[in-house]
Design a protein around this ligand. Sequence first.
Ligand code: SF4
Ligand code: SF4
Ligand code: SF4
Ligand code: FES
Length: 911
Amino acid sequence: MGKKAEGVFIAEEDKKVFKLTVDGKETSVTEGTSVFDAVKKVGVELPAMCYHYSFSPFGSCGICLVEIEGKGNNVRSCTAKAADGMIVRTNTDKMIDARKKAVEKWLIIHPLDCPVCDADGKCELQDLTYDLGVYDIKKGVKKEVPEDTRSVVLDFNMERCILCGQCINICEEVQQIDALAFYKKDGKTLGGAHEGVPLDCEFCGDCLAVCPVGAITSRFSKYVYKPWQLKKTQTTCTYCSDGCQITLETEGEKVLRVTSQLSYLNKFGHEIERGDSHGGLCVRGRFGFQFVNSEKRLSRPLAKINDKQVEVPWFKVIPQIAKKLTDIKNQYGGNAIAGLISGRCTNEDVYLFQKIMRTLLGSNNIDTAARYGHINSVLAMQYALGIGKSTTSYKQITLSDVIFLVGSNITETNPVASLRIKEAKKRFGAKVIVSDPIQTKMMALSTHPLQVAIGAQAFLIRGMIKAIIDNKWAYQPFIEQYPAAYEVLCQSMFSISKEDIAQKCGIHWEKISEAAELFAKSKRGTLIWGEGIVSQTGGWDNMLSLIDLALLCGLLEKPGAGIHPVCEENNEQGAVDMGGVCEFLPGQIPYSDGKERFETIWNKPLPDGVGLSLPKIIEKALRGEIKALYIVGENPLATLPESMKVREAFEKIDLIICQDPFLTQTGQIADFVLPATTFAEKEGTFTNMEGEIRRVQKAIDPIGESRTDFKIFSDLSRQMGGEAYRSPEEITPEIDLSVPGYYAGERLQGDPSHPQAAGVVPPSSRLAHYLGNGFAEEVLKRYDKTGRGNPAPTMQLVLGQSIYHSGKLSTQDEGLMKIYNTPTLRISEADATELELKDADWVRVKSDQGSVELAMSILASLPKGIVWFPEHFATLKDLMKVEIDSKTDVPYFKSGPVSIKKVPLFDLKVV
Ligand code: SF4
Ligand code: SF4
Ligand code: SF4
Ligand code: FES
């Protein structure tokens, strides 16, 4: 299939309007609308097997036929465009007959092995045969093609393929991966990976979802169900913060497969709100469900007795924990207690946890996974703008004219959200600027790639600001409203030359300046940033510089423009919103500002002073001053490098409670281990990275004796004299009172009444305060700080993300581990040549913290001087030295200097 032309954005109001008649009814549509969609507008549902809302019409199945006066019979309505004055007839005998004939044609080349087909009962060919009354089924012609079972996830049964092309189109146009094609073999047309090689792709499974028949099947769910036998529960994916809606399909207490809107809305041109989501999923959401029913799930509580963890019943363990916590509080005060809760817990879980910590245990030492980076975004945005989350939405991102993506490998961390950027470019003609030290997939697709030297992102942002100021491209209303702040920004750019910036970034000044001009002059520009800038040294400063850039480009005022932090875990944003960090009470209210109000709401005194973040909790534990630590769904021993001395700190704590569905490394040293459920067994809500509330619905009962986090907290609360709640629903009125309007954003995808859809965030009074108070001093100091530039002095190890995993949860999933379980150290071609390395060689990676030996492989997209390893696997994390942000306590350990040496075979120590 040839590549399709990239789209050009035409606003709806600028399109011509055509009037036409369908079956005698008048309708009007805008130019470019297909006849199929025009027909749909008058309420007629035409059958279709290759037309799909998510990609351009292909016109292969010949089912959607209509008569158009002057154009004759048998016009494929999906590829024909509506025109002014057109007269369309859909229901003539001739058309019905022609559609029947088309279905008969496909039945002849289809094996009719319905009894053993996974699509039986959810098959468009079956449905159309029935709907159109095709009762005389001719004997089919077998293609004699064996099923292709060579891929790790998807099987291709070409006997069943009706050559509709949907799998190829969705992969090429929506995913923009282009892994599939039709190819010829022995005179037959077959579909699958290009040229018939085994499929090795991102395994998003969108092709599986749109296949109208059972030609593509999942190996993880094969022959174990008939679609109508499965109970379907819509909930929210637990992996990343995109907040995709998924359907858990279960039999009894077992999840058998995951589907989404894309699997069910592909008939008769059904459509969902475009731009918001295409209704599909990524590999983790679709295939990473096996951890729910994993054999490794904990089913009974454990308590350490004589240094051994033994099973104990719930009725004993809750009173024991409550007593120990209360004793510690009474003896040492609440300050000796700390809590850590996962960004994968629901809003209701986090709210109740922090309430228990603050009101019953008298401790404000609370933290969550947002501390690993996202808190930099929230704190900086709050500090400067008074907003602690994205100011835009997926729909607005899709309709942006210029997108600047900084330090985010978004296709790997947030794959479905990344499709919004891909769609913006391909369908609507947006310009996409991508800045990263690594040639990410998004950089490869971008219009303006800025591959910056490692550690030089700050210089690049500064360069863009300098170009905007020097060329007077800044947003005029900002200059007029804040002349003094603008003057300061101008001054801060004097001390660095464009040559210096270009040299440090390793990018020609012209390219930086071109990107800056494009972004500054954008009408609906979007600035998106992620872990590559917030979880790296200088994260807080970088955030403030990004805010400067956003202000100079008018992104907080231009309608449709916005700024958007990418966070990784599904509910990192919600965890911060619910007061799961020491700085904030629920609603992101600074602790000292909200203490009195919450004392009234909760009717309990709260501890004095802001509590401790995770790094500070560890520091204090090392001094023996933390006596109890309650860890929920987090695993600091596996996440943080040894240089943070987590183990040493934890060994000094008298009481560690670890609540998790699995026995993690941290759980293994805990005094109590409480078996929690997964999201599939929970009710509640997550907040995605747009700030949208997404519902979590229980699909199965808790496995074994595991209990939901909420129930465990509620039982503990009751035991310690606090409130008990029977369900998360019971706490929502209190959350609504604490954070007015928090749930009001709850909506179906695509609801235009959502307040953010309007897209304009007025400059808040917070901004005026920020720009008027100490801004000059802070800015001049910040831009004066020196940073690392190009070339980096030594080889840099980067711990990055892989699409097949998310944090450490996915490594508990059998399915995802089947797809990707043997990470290698990735090395650039240039370094491999210099070090005389070839794929599968073993290398010794050495830092000042130690050394590790492992296998390597070449990654062509890496620049010289960077080696890469997926952070989901703990193999190399201990080589990293941690640096703690002095402002936000974010621990930076995602990159650092190492040396690489080939390990001769005879010298190899297998680890
Ligand atoms: S699984 Fe996704 S990436 Fe792979 S071929 Fe199908 S659509 Fe393309
Ligand atoms: S495999 Fe399925 S989606 Fe792909 S061309 Fe064949 S029938 Fe269509
Ligand atoms: S993009 Fe994120 S939320 Fe969506 S399916 Fe994938 S992991 Fe789940
Ligand atoms: S040809 Fe129009 S839906 Fe297939």
